[in-house]
Ligand binder design. Structure first.
Ligand SMILES: Cc1cc2nc3c(=O)[nH]c(=O)nc-3n(C[C@H](O)[C@H](O)[C@H](O)COP(=O)(O)OP(=O)(O)OC[C@H]3O[C@@H](n4cnc5c(N)ncnc54)[C@H](O)[C@@H]3O)c2cc1C
Length: 380
């Protein structure tokens, strides 16, 4: 049986970036269960893929910040943008911070297809098990077995199983006695408890908010949904939320008490949010909707909680809706310079399967590409 120099498990964002940078001198195979490559990349960002962010710092991620900073410095967002420019992928900046493909995420997939033309791409095969005999790794899929000197695990997280996702990456790490943190859904909508069911009644409405969650502050748009709350602000908040309370400032750029001071207007009008939301908020804060000048001292106190509406969400929408999985192979198991396992030589883990997860905004692709690049340099 042929023994490859390198086999990459998973033909998603990180697997393709890794193969693209290994070069043609090594024999490389990439194995994936799907019938086509990079299915998540293809549909991400509404088909235009939010590839990175104008500001990429370790504070935008959940995970080992020292490890992360090291990797991001070696292949930064500027290196990624240069790579895309060199390959003539048109990129546009949205809202001054999010980099998207101008045309389609297929443009990036086409670049990778070209760059991996010397690699053997094996599709429609589900990886079942990995073993190591002496210096050689053996990979068992549902139809074949393969052998390799170096093995790169790029199998991603557990969310969106319809796109091929599985926990095989964690199973492989566990098999080699590496420490892992179980996957949990992240970048996902949150369900609410009975006291916040008023939010579900506002389904379809959105507003700009500031969210305080754990030690993080997130400024973005939130969306009321029929199952609870969602939108960019909530998705990013879900990354840090650990069953406790979150606090929402519904008027982040204003001061409600200054706003109402001496005004003859009705409060719900003055707040300046969509009327339905203003009315629901007043009800939730237990303040009667009336002329501002008629508000009592107690009313004003209650009203000030519009800047810190605190509550405990009930849960989240689950892996089927989560854009990523938090958790993965612990970074203390890996060399940050190479992404190689400290315990098992020539075994590497890259991308989402590693216990580093970014906020919404292109951070997860940046991590996938940065970790893949560094690994490729080492494997090469
Ligand atoms: C709907 C959606 C939208 C997203 N939008 C963005 C965005 O705009 N910006 C951003 O930064 N991030 C986004 N993400 C997250 C991003 O897609 C991932 O973080 C990124 O793809 C991770 O790259 P990866 O290579 O680690 O894993 P993946 O890209 O998921 O690749 C893993 C590959 O491994 C294969 N695989 C897994 N298990 C097996 C098995 N047992 N056998 C064979 N093959 C297997 C899978 O089929 C898959 O092709 C989005 C995710 C989703 C679900």
């Amino acid at each position: 049986m042929k023994i490859y120099d390198v086999i990459i498990l998973g033909c998603g964002a990180s697997g393709l970036m890794c193969a693209s940078n290994i070069g043609k001198k090594k024999s490389v195979a990439i194995i994936d269960v799907n019938e086509s490559v990079a299915k998540k990349l293809k549909i991400s960002g509404g088909g235009k893929c939010n590839i990175t962010n104008a500001s990429v710092e370790s504070k935008n991620f959940d995970g080992d910040s020292e490890f992360l900073s090291y990797v991001l410095k070696r292949f930064s967002k500027d290196n990624l943008l240069d790579f895309l420019e060199r390959n003539r992928v048109d990129i546009e900046l949205r809202k001054g911070r999010y980099y998207f493909c101008k045309n389609s995420s297929q443009d990036i997939i086409d670049v990778f297809k070209k760059a991996t033309k010397y690699s053997e791409i094996i599709l429609n095969e589900k990886i079942i098990e990995v073993d190591k005999q002496g210096e050689i790794f053996e990979i068992q899929t549902d139809t074949n077995s393969y052998k390799t000197h170096s093995l790169v695990v790029a199998t991603g997280g557990k969310s969106f199983q319809t796109l091929g996702a599985s926990e095989i990456g964690l199973d492989i790490a566990k098999k080699f006695d590496m420490e892992v943190k179980d996957f949990s859904p992240a970048l996902v909508g949150l369900t609410v408890q009975k006291e916040q069911f008023w939010m579900r009644d506002l389904s379809g409405l959105s507003c700009y908010v500031k969210i305080y969650v754990e030690d993080r502050v997130i400024n973005e748009e939130m969306l009321f949904a029929h199952r609870g709350i969602s939108g960019p602000a909530i998705l990013s908040a879900s990354l840090y939320w650990k069953k406790g309370t979150i606090s929402i400032d519904f008027l982040p750029d204003k001061n409600i008490l200054e706003l109402i001071d001496g005004s003859k207007k009705q409060i719900s009008t003055l707040i300046g949010l969509p009327k339905r939301l203003s009315k629901a908020l007043l009800k939730a804060l237990n303040v009667e909707d009336k002329e501002c000048k008629k508000l009592s001292k107690i009313d004003k106190e209650k009203l000030s909680f519009i800047h810190k509406y605190s509550f405990s969400p009930a849960g989240n929408f689950g892996f089927t809706k989560a854009e990523v999985s938090r958790g993965g192979v612990k970074t203390n198991e890996l060399h940050k310079e190479t992404l190689e396992s400290k315990k098992i030589k020539k075994l590497y883990f890259i991308g989402e399967v590693v216990d580093i997860t970014g906020e919404l905004g292109g951070y997860n692709f940046q991590w996938a590409f940065s970790s893949a690049y560094l690994c490729a340099k080492s494997v090469k």
